[in-house]
Design a protein around this ligand. Structure first.
Ligand code: ADE
Length: 240
């Protein structure tokens, strides 16, 4: 079974873009995932093929029309009823590794990319669309956010990463940042690789990595650390 992605956008030429290269590009060539782009403008009905209009109540910029977007969304939902429909917007719920993993385990995803000042809110009342943000900053459109979400999903699709890793020992899967990595040369500009990593003692290495992951998470990401701590209540505090 392949992971089927559909992207609804005014800029289909932005896809697959970076996803045509490296790991994702190889997997696309191997048929492990598929990509369909849908030009939103094809669902406009007026002479000018307009997809946007001025914001009700005034203000800068343009708003994407609910009627045009609904026709595009309905077309995709009718052909792909099993894939969740997402809309990339800074107003959405923050994307998490847990959501990425759930999407990657499913049949695929359909993604609506916003442009301009936003999307007429009535679209989200009238259609089953999950609004997703990739972070607290504003992009010029949802396309780069869609590429980010797809990249995160595709690397987890079975067969894409091969035997090297299942991806689930990494950052965020444990609730912690990943431990730091090193490779040869052992001595670089007078800095050497931590001795424990060259000991061959896998129990010691595992314990060192866990401690590093915890320290780095506590110092760099107090938000993750607090959640990690509350998820572990009941365990002896000496374990933390
Ligand atoms: N579109 C514009 N900014 C965005 C963001 N931060 N996340 C998702 N979609 C967006």
């Amino acid at each position: 079974m392949t992971f089927a992605a559909a992207v609804l956008t005014l800029y289909p030429e932005m896809f697959p873009g970076p996803l045509g290269h490296s790991l994702a590009g190889r997997a696309l060539g191997d048929g492990l995932w598929s990509l369909e782009t849908v030009q939103i403008r094809d669902f406009a009905t007026d002479r000018h093929r307009s997809v946007d209009d001025t914001p009700a109540g005034g203000g800068a910029g343009m708003v994407m029309r609910a009627d045009v977007l609904a026709r595009a969304v309905d077309d995709v939902l009718s052909r792909r009823p099993d894939a969740p429909m997402l809309a990339m917007t800074p107003r959405g719920a923050p994307l998490t590794q847990a959501r990425v993993r759930a999407l990657a385990a499913g049949p695929g995803v359909s993604i609506l990319c916003g442009r301009f000042e936003g999307i007429d809110e009535r679209l989200f009342e009238a259609r089953p669309i999950e609004q997703v943000s990739i972070g607290d900053y504003v992009l010029s459109g949802g396309e780069m956010a869609a590429l980010t979400l797809l990249d995160a999903c595709i690397r987890l699709v079975p067969g894409v990463m091969g035997a090297a890793s299942s991806g689930n020992e990494e950052s965020f899967e444990s609730g912690l940042l990943e431990y730091p990595q090193y490779t040869r040369p052992n001595d670089w500009e007078g800095r050497t690789i931590p001795e424990v990593l060259r000991s061959g003692d896998h129990a010691r290495i595992g314990a060192w990595r866990q401690r590093q992951a915890e320290t780095d998470t506590r110092l760099r990401r107090s938000d993750l650390w607090e959640r990690y701590g509350s998820a572990r209540v009941g365990e002896p505090s000496g374990a933390r």
